[in-house]
Design a protein around this ligand. Structure first.
Ligand code: SF4
Length: 236
């Protein structure tokens, strides 16, 4: 999965750039998931049915022929939300502290990019507005960068790659000093998928599980050492 964050100061054109990139990828036939981070919650028209339920319920799901969504009344870990997106490309607006994917920084002044971790940047572009958006050539250039160099790390900060934080490993990937398969939580001894989406596994947990499962299965008739594939059917 390709992923990129768009970060920058307020009114630097993050949404303008995000919308243009999402439109570009959608026109190319890709499934695009958008993550929007806000420190202040999300505005919704007062008094609608769903808004009234949301105020008092733990979670609300709604579906209609044209739209479906689930809303929780608390912050959820991003790792829980991403698998729900079912996307080829993820475009995240905001989330400066999330260092598990590279970013495009929209720069309002010459030197205001430092707080946005420029070592994670695929590109920095000048601030833009709805009335003065980036050119279509610029959007194409940025979209190609995302398809070539965009990535998503699990965000477990487990340290198994030799870096304390995923953000340090992401910076090394961005600088060409590491590759994605150095992430031991994604490319470790054990792969677990849920509804065809890979789940990140802490290497310590993966080692325990693989040793335990291999030990149990080795007692069964027909067991031959090698790669194992187990499917647990929990659906109806
Ligand atoms: S191994 Fe993967 S999940 Fe663990 S810190 Fe490194 S990049 Fe993050």
């Amino acid at each position: 999965m390709k992923a990129v964050a768009i970060v920058g100061k307020k009114k630097s054109g993050k949404t303008t750039l995000g919308l243009a990139l999402v439109q570009y990828f959608t026109d190319k036939g890709l499934k695009v998931g958008v993550i929007k981070h806000s420190h202040h919650g999300f505005d919704e028209e007062e008094g609608t049915d769903t808004q009234q339920y949301k105020q008092i319920a733990t979670s609300v799901a709604a579906y209609s022929p044209s739209q479906s969504f689930v809303s929780w009344s608390k912050e959820k870990p991003l790792q829980d939300l991403i698998p729900l997106l079912d996307a080829d490309v993820i475009v995240m607006e905001g989330g400066n502290k999330i260092g598990w994917m590279p970013r495009i920084i929209t720069v309002r002044e010459d030197d205001d990019d430092k707080e946005f971790f420029p070592e994670l940047a695929l590109a920095q572009i000048p601030a833009c507005t709805k009335d003065n958006p980036p050119s279509s050539e610029e959007i194409e250039r940025l979209a190609k960068l995302v398809m070539e160099k965009g990535f998503l790390l699990p965000g477990l900060n487990c340290g198994a790659c030799g870096r304390e934080f995923c953000r340090d490993f992401a910076a090394d990937i961005n600088a060409g000093k590491a590759t994605l398969n150095g992430c031991k939580s994604t490319f470790g001894k054990m792969d677990v998928t849920c509804n065809d989406m890979p789940l990140a596994l802490n290497p310590f947990v993966a080692d325990m599980l693989s040793a335990g499962i291999s030990g149990m299965l080795s007692q069964l008739k027909g067991y031959v050492p090698g790669d194992l594939k187990i499917t647990i059917k929990t659906g109806s």
